[in-house]
Design a protein around this ligand. Structure first.
Ligand SMILES: [Zn+2]
Ligand SMILES: [Zn+2]
Length: 283
């Protein structure tokens, strides 16, 4: 198998299944009679990487570097990056989110059989990440043709169960300023250039993601804007709030964020919102 950067173990197993003509990892594994119970489930949880390395010819360390796993103390990691200090289902998603542009890039730029070119990225499973900072589009979690939720159950990330080719989906690009948060998070995973942030760098990845959204939300709407339990924010709004939160907490502490915004830095939504508000007051 050809190595793919940032591909999680379960994605690699999926591509191995595709390589052998199977549409799901489960069917492939039961067919080759590996003799290991729950192999697919284990791989999905970052275990059995030594066996997967032997099956694929890709070094175990390379697989581990882009795979989510839980260490002996119960902390969640992706490679060497701490995702969360304890197991939390809200830190990592089992849904099959994808970036169509990444899949298109795989088909165009990677080598080998077409079916094995598209691959999953571990960042797609980090719940705090809402967009692909490389292509500037939101990740999608449902098929635009049939509406069904995308699933990791299928070995290839390219097709929905209805047959829709997700690599052909065209999405509108987000504004660059709304990508700041995802750029930061994905930078910590090595997917794009890493930016340093004095406060967020001290937090596990998942917590840094939560903090950015909350700070952005308070900045936009004040304490009343804080979410109640179960209150879901649309992904585009989450990207905007989190990016605002990143900027607000980056400069000089929350207390004084306005007056200390360095000149030339993107000011985010707050200033434009404030001026719009003032304008409507004076009219
Ligand atoms: Zn992408
Ligand atoms: Zn579909």
């Amino acid at each position: 198998m050809r190595f793919a950067n940032f591909e999680p173990a379960y994605g690699l197993l999926g591509r191995l299944a595709v390589r052998h003509g199977y549409s799901t990892s489960r069917r492939f594994v039961s067919e080759i009679s590996l003799g290991i119970r729950n192999f697919v489930h284990d791989v999905e949880n970052g275990r059995r990487l030594a066996e997967l390395a032997l099956l694929t010819g890709i070094p175990e360390a390379a697989i581990r570097a882009s795979t989510r796993f839980v260490d002996e103390s119960g902390a969640m990691f992706i490679g060497r990056e701490l995702l969360n200090a304890r197991v939390d289902n809200k830190a990592s998603s089992a849904a099959g989110r994808i970036c169509p542009n990444c899949l298109r890039a795989d088909l165009k730029e990677r080598e080998g059989p077409m079916a094995c070119r598209p691959h999953r990225r571990v960042r797609w499973d980090v719940i705090a990440v809402t967009a692909c900072p490389i292509h500037g589009v939101l990740l999608i979690d449902a098929c635009p043709a049939c509406g069904s939720r995308l699933s990791r159950e299928f070995a290839s990330p390219r097709y929905c169960r209805c047959g829709c080719d997700l690599s052909e989906v065209v999405l509108a690009a987000l504004e660059t300023t709304d990508l700041t948060a995802d750029h930061y998070l994905v930078g910590r995973l090595g997917g794009v250039e890493r930016s340093t942030h004095a406060l967020l760098d001290r937090m596990p990845l998942h917590m840094a993601g939560l903090a950015m959204v909350r700070i952005g939300r308070v900045t936009l709407a004040g304490a009343r804007g804080l979410s109640k339990k179960g209150d879901r924010i649309e992904p585009a709004m989450q990207a905007r709030m989190a990016s605002l939160g990143y900027r607000m907490s980056a400069f000089s502490g929350l207390g004084d964020a306005h007056s200390h915004c360095p000149p030339g830095q993107p000011s985010g939504g707050i200033n434009s919102d404030t001026s719009a508000h003032l304008a409507s007051d004076s009219s």
